[in-house]
Design a protein around this ligand. Structure first.
Ligand code: ADP
Ligand code: ZN
Length: 208
């Protein structure tokens, strides 16, 4: 006998370095959902005031109106009594890990959640909530930028030397900026502090 199944939502993750077209791709998917007359809501983190706090904005100028939210609880408040069928979140790496349960709850409630974020910080280390979100995603799109040094595909974001604080290991992870602070680099052209990188990567394994 056929059983009645409750339709669940889904989680799509768009990741990659800065300038790889994550916001462009997020905007493209959300516009298509709007054309399909879905009830769409778009969110970004309030810390991201680079271009316009009220829009998700791509480095190429494309934009979509968005609600700025301070944290996961704030985002939850805004979606709670609404009947959104599609929720987009840009720069999701800016949120702390409390965003993970909010996203899981939306997906459980049948919402199509589309998120865009940096998979790695500028040191090449997995960024905040991204590793978990990538693990639980229904689909992942990993985009590449163009390396500004050699023209190869780039999947790292390089913090420009002029912006680098002197104490490398205590560098703040959350630095908001665009071409004034960052550039895209391929693996060969991306420079990292190797000692810090390897010790951090070893420590991030949860199975000991
Ligand atoms: P992201 O959200 O990944 O930072 P955006 O969608 O905001 O990316 O911007 C992508 C746009 O950035 C590209 O379409 C292109 O016009 C521009 N761009 C600037 N620098 C680069 C680069 N090094 N590689 C690729 N695109 C770049
Ligand atoms: Zn390169």
């Amino acid at each position: 006998m056929p059983t009645h199944k409750i339709k669940k939502g889904s989680l799509e993750v768009i990741c990659g370095p800065m300038f790889s077209g994550k916001s462009e791709e997020l905007i493209r998917r959300l516009r298509r959902a709007e054309i399909a007359q879905q009830n769409v809501a778009v969110f970004k983190h309030a810390i991201d005031d680079r271009y316009d706090i009220n829009n998700v904005t791509s480095h190429n100028g494309t934009k979509l109106p968005a609600h700025a939210t301070a944290n996961g609880a704030h985002l939850l408040e805004k979606v709670q009594h609404e009947n959104y069928t599609v929720v987009g979140i840009d720069e999701v790496h800016f949120y702390t890990t409390d965003i993970i349960n909010v996203i899981c709850a939306l997906v459980e409630n049948g919402v199509r959640v589309i998120i865009a974020g940096l998979d790695m910080d500028y040191r090449g280390v997995p960024f905040g909530p991204m590793p978990t979100l990538l693990a639980i995603a229904d689909s992942i799109t990993k985009l590449k930028a163009i390396c500004t040094q050699c023209g190869a595909d780039a999947h790292f974001s390089q913090l420009l030397a002029a912006n680098r604080p002197t104490i490398v290991n205590d560098e703040p992870l959350v630095l908001v900026g665009a071409k004034d602070k960052f550039t895209a680099r391929c693996r060969g052209c991306h420079t990292i502090d190797k000692a810090f990188y390897y010790s951090h990567m070893k420590d991030t394994h949860s199975n000991g």
